[in-house]
Design a protein around this ligand. Sequence first.
Ligand SMILES: [Zn+2]
Length: 276
Amino acid sequence: MSDARAVAVPVLTYHAMNVNGRAYADNDHVALARDLDWLHAHDWRIVPLRTAVSALFDGGSPLPPRSCAITFDDGSWFDWYDLDHPSHGRQRGMAGILRDFRDRHGADVHATSFVIASPEARAELDRSCMLGTGWWGHEWWAAAEAEGLVAIESHSFDHNHHTLAATAVRDGPKGRFDTIVDEAAAEAEIVAASRWLDDLLPMRRTRLFAYPYGQSSRFLREDFLPRRAADHGLVAAFGTEPRAMRGTDARWNLPRFVCGADWRSVDELSRLLASA
Ligand SMILES: [Zn+2]
């Protein structure tokens, strides 16, 4: 048991909407495909994030050595479909990159997509800070759960995003998540997201949360999330502190590495994992 808790599990995060060119450093699709091959060549195993959380915190089966998990943020079509980007050409969807990898190597692969629940917020965000092409719908989420390759989990109701005219937080400041320090705002962003996702995807329950902007408040970490577990159904929440996850961590503020911020090449990823 003490051994299982000391195991270090890096969680690698990609943003599929990060398509600003066709090179590793400016395209998370290119980065994911290269990283998967590197991970496989260096004996890393990719496990579902929920399996890793269960192993480290809830007495689940121990993980094999050199286990890591992959996550995506925000839940757009770029996680799932191949799309013709207006400036940068055909992009293989992240799910297609996972399937290509699985077919090439015969190795298990899995990712967890942390999605913004509110369809109205996604439609508005699509117009204000994506391409305005309607590529942020949730049409693919049930198919993803049915296939078992990409799990759908919560990235809040509307990200309390600064470009939305109004967010569920109402009176508080937008564009941050560490400003959420009261019951009503936390209910609107976290409990409502779990309920919405559980209604849409009744074949599974929402169990994991990724804080928008990687930010959390002490109220969320130490009071709201542990106290209201029966209402939000979550078992763990992730920020973006750049280190590997261990069973000794606090489950309401788990670390993740972010592609583009914490590593920008396969060499940087290899150094990151060597020190993780
Ligand atoms: Zn986000």
